[in-house]
Design a protein around this ligand. Structure first.
Ligand code: 5AD
Ligand code: SF4
Length: 522
């Protein structure tokens, strides 16, 4: 989500004439897009902001902005700590960024033109800053203003040209923003606001334009992506187009909601993109919420060969007691039922997720239940996090962070080791199959066999010892439809690079814990 936000901001500023530079020391405007999910991410961002602030204190003229969740969550305090920060812009306000930069620039010019002392004083007191935060009203304002939602225009105005993305063949498309789940540990519902669903026509059109511009893979994004549901004929239309819409509430997924007029469900949306944008080789989606994953979605996936059978559906814990305190809204039995249903309909699916270890009150037995789940279910990988208490969340107020950090670290490493064994089993089960792989990275490695050959011993020239250049073997890596990493040997760097962005059928020949090796057969 943050990567897409950064891409949209880059595109928006580039279209206004700003140029991107490689090093922040060469920039006149430095913007940090931040994440608040864990404290460590905030600390890293804070130290980078601190470094630029120090340069400004030393007299450097640069506009410094902090964007994203950290600005929203902690922006005012951040400005207090670093008064050199000129701009704060929350994730729900990014469309306002050019205006904010413009205001700061005007204020700086005015200051440089030596206004009266009174004017300069006012500017220093904050008038020359740009602040756009949803603040406490983030949830309410999302409800009231979805129809004239400026963020929708940011998504719609994205730069479609492939140069806007690091991997031109692959693109993200947001389908929902925000989250209504309120897991007790999580800041997202506060920083990104209420769940808002984009109109399906806008999403399909964005996919089509990206495909026309060369994208072969689209990843649909949402915090709870499978909650996507758009009810037609209720949201206000703007210039004949449907507008983003507040999520329908969880009742809609539990079968007890009154039947509504015409809706586009997540399954309908997947089917539409699959049918209406045939040049896309791959349609993926993240992140799924393990509850409310309807049979209809699994059936569309089964019937649509270009939809990736990859589910990132975080379990977060293997203990029902911890899940209840996390307010996750499902039990482990329900999670396992969801996984069993998925594999019954999609036998070639892959499963991945996230776990938090050391949540308040997590006992040895709770942790053992998590280990047991990771041993039992075929997770291809899991991101594992140590619980990090976040200000403003329910967990920090209601529970004591009582698992010591060394225990959290031990549990993290232990679970990682178990996950590595599970990953190895999942990868090994794929050996022998022929599968499409979309190539996305090239790696050159000094060949150890070649280094051992006598011909490559050091040469001596005019008394200097010069190592003969080590011969390099080239590998090109990519991902299967199920997001498994596959590496293939290439003859040269050029032949490896020629495969980037291409999808080929690879025969999988051997497996390691984290990747497969194979050969291109088609
Ligand atoms: N502490 C640790 N991990 C967290 N996550 C979200 N909030 C926290 C927190 N306070 C993890 C969850 C989520 C992922 C994006 O980050 O596992 O799925
Ligand atoms: Fe956070 Fe839970 Fe929403 Fe995911 S579903 S973004 S963990 S509140």
């Amino acid at each position: 989500m943050n990567e897409l936000d950064s891409e949209l901001v880059r595109g928006q500023l580039t279209s206004l004439g700003y140029q991107m530079v490689e090093e922040d020391t060469a920039a006149q405007v430095v913007l940090y897009n931040t994440c608040s999910v864990r404290e460590l991410a905030e600390q890293k961002a804070m130290s980078r902001v601190g470094a630029v602030a120090a340069r400004k204190r030393a007299g450097e003229q640069v506009i410094l902005g902090v964007l994203g969740c950290m600005a929203e969550r902690d922006g005012v305090d951040l400005m207090r700590r670093h008064p050199q920060v000129d701009i704060l812009c929350g994730p729900a306000e990014l469309d306002k960024l050019p205006q904010l930069i413009d205001n700061v620039r005007r204020a700086q010019i005015a200051e440089a033109q030596a206004l009266t002392d009174v004017d300069v004083g006012a500017l220093r007191a904050g008038r020359g800053r740009g602040v756009a935060l949803a603040g406490n009203s983030s949830r309410r304002s999302a409800t009231l203003s979805a129809a004239e939602d400026g963020l929708e225009s940011l998504d719609l105005s994205r730069a479609f040209d492939p140069g806007a993305r690091e991997q031109p063949w692959s693109a993200y498309v947001r389908i929902t923003r925000g989250c209504n789940k309120f897991c007790s540990y999580c800041v997202v519902p506060y920083t990104r606001g209420a769940e808002v669903h984009r109109p399906p026509d806008n999403i399909v059109e964005e996919c089509r334009q990206l495909a026309d511009a060369g994208a072969v893979e689209i990843t649909l994004l949402g915090q709870t992506v499978n909650h996507y549901r758009y009810t037609h004929g209720t949201a206000m239309t703007v210039a004949g187009r449907e507008a983003p819409q507040i999520g329908p509430g969880l009742r809609a997924f539990r079968g007890d909601a009154a039947p509504v007029a015409r809706t586009t469900t997540f399954a309908d949306l997947l089917r539409r993109i699959h049918e209406e944008v045939p040049s896309l080789a791959r349609i993926r989606f993240v992140t799924s919420y393990p509850r409310d994953f309807g049979l209809d979605v699994l059936e569309v996936m089964r019937d649509s060969p270009r939809i990736c059978r990859y589910l990132h559906a975080p379990a977060q814990s293997g203990s029902d007691a911890v899940l209840a305190r996390m307010n996750r809204g499902y039990t482990i039995a329900e999670y396992e039922e969801f996984v069993a249903r998925t594999f019954a309909i999609l036998p070639d699916a892959t499963l991945a997720g996230d776990f938090i270890v050391g949540f308040p009150g997590e006992t040895e037995a709770d942790f053992e239940a998590t280990c047991s789940l990771v041993r039992r279910l075929p997770f291809k990988n899991n991101f594992i996090f140590k619980y990090s208490p976040r200000p403003g969340t329910v967990a920090i107020d209601r529970f004591t962070d009582d698992v010591p950090d060394d225990v959290k670290r031990w549990r993290n490493n232990t679970l990682l080791a178990i996950q590595t064994e599970t990953s190895a089993r999942v990868h090994a089960s794929w050996v022998g199959r022929d599968v499409p792989v979309l190539f996305d990275s090239v790696r050159g490695r000094a060949s150890s066999a070649a280094r051992a050959e006598p011909g490559t011993v050091a040469l001596r020239v005019e008394g200097q010892s010069i190592a003969a250049p080590a011969p390099v073997t080239w590998q090109v890596a990519g991902r299967t439809m199920g997001d498994l990493i596959v590496s293939v040997a290439a003859d040269s760097e050029a032949s490896a690079r020629a495969l980037l962005g291409q999808q080929r059928v690879v025969r999988l020949e051997s497996a390691h814990a984290l990747l497969l090796n194979g050969q291109i057969v088609q």
